[in-house]
Design a protein around this ligand. Structure first.
Ligand code: NDP
Length: 273
């Protein structure tokens, strides 16, 4: 019997997850279907319960439901527990609803694919929203020496720094408080690029060896990537690889098989052109 998977969100029509998971299934010989469903906010919990009956085996959850998915879970992975957000749902052998957050694993894996050294790195994260919450724990677990979170609303960055303080060296602040020193890795986790905007960036953060990473991706360089190239960053990456790697981590949780990601990333990049 074909087992069913889906991504729930609102809006959802531009989601690339169905294509990614179908490619994984084909490459690994798994018999599954994967669809994208736009869920009305008042029906989210009902639709999750209904889907995960019978042959509905797993769900990805995206904006704006990750926190509500977290609240529904009886069991959560350590990464999801801390993040307060779940992007991967499934039932365990006892039928309990389990949640994970694979965004951070996806980011760390994509950085590794590009040879970025995280052990000992001084990292600056811009933004303090849902995506950033999911990546802090995996970045610290990968051995980053320090993590500075800067956000337009400083209080949200300070709150995140407090929440994860026992895991490593963390600082949260607003943009004006940031020192003019350089970082090894700068991650743009704001949604500013979606409006074609940029957070207030300082040239002095970027040394010739600095890696700049935008969680957003697009056919043309995102405004953040264009800025990073302009100021001479050593390596500039967008979030397409993160998207595919977080999907691969979900696929592994559900199916017990790790799909190859490089061909899928290359195909998606080609389609964006
Ligand atoms: P949220 O809405 O939860 O958070 C948005 C963040 O961006 C907030 O910190 C907000 O600051 C900040 N922000 C928004 N506009 C501006 C601006 N003009 N200037 C400065 N800061 C701004 O979004 P998410 O965390 O869910 O998503 C963030 C980004 O990450 C999106 O671009 C999304 O596409 C991407 N993403 C990529 C993934 C991937 O797999 N590649 C996975 C998940 C997300 P404030 O708190 O002050 O409002």
């Amino acid at each position: 019997m074909t087992e069913r998977y889906a991504v729930f969100g609102n809006p959802i029509k531009h989601s690339k997850s169905p294509q990614i998971h179908r490619d994984f299934a084909q490459a690994t010989g798994q018999d599954l279907s994967y669809s994208a469903l736009c869920v009305e906010p008042e029906r989210f919990e009902i639709e999750v319960e209904a889907f995960l009956q019978g042959d509905g085996k797993g769900l990805n959850i995206t904006v704006p439901f990750k926190q509500r998915a977290w609240a529904m879970c009886a069991q959560r992975s350590p990464a999801a527990e801390r993040a307060g957000a779940v992007n991967t749902l499934y039932r365990d052998h006892n039928g309990e609803l389990c949640g994970d957050n694979t965004d951070g694993i996806g980011l760390v894996q994509d950085l590794r694919n590009h040879g970025v050294k995280l052990a000992g790195a001084r990292v600056l994260i811009l933004g303090a929203g849902g995506a950033v919450r999911g990546v802090i724990e995996p970045l610290l677990a990968a051995g980053c020496a320090s993590l500075t979170i800067a956000n337009r609303t400083a209080a949200r960055a300070e709150e995140l720094a407090r929440l994860f303080a026992d895991l490593g060296s963390l600082q949260g602040c607003g943009y004006p408080e940031l020192a003019a020193t350089s970082f090894d890795l700068i991650i743009n986790g704001t949604s500013a690029s979606l409006q074609g905007e940029l957070p207030p960036l300082q040239r002095s953060w970027v040394a010739p060896t600095t890696v700049c990473y935008d969680m957003m991706y697009s056919a043309q360089p995102t405004p953040f990537c264009a800025w990073a190239q302009d100021v001479g960053a050593g390596l500039v990456l967008d979030g397409l690889g993160m998207l595919v790697e977080q999907a691969a981590a979900a696929f592994l949780i559900w199916r017990g098989v790790a799909p190859q990601t490089a061909p899928v990333i290359a195909d998606l990049r080609e389609q964006l052109r």
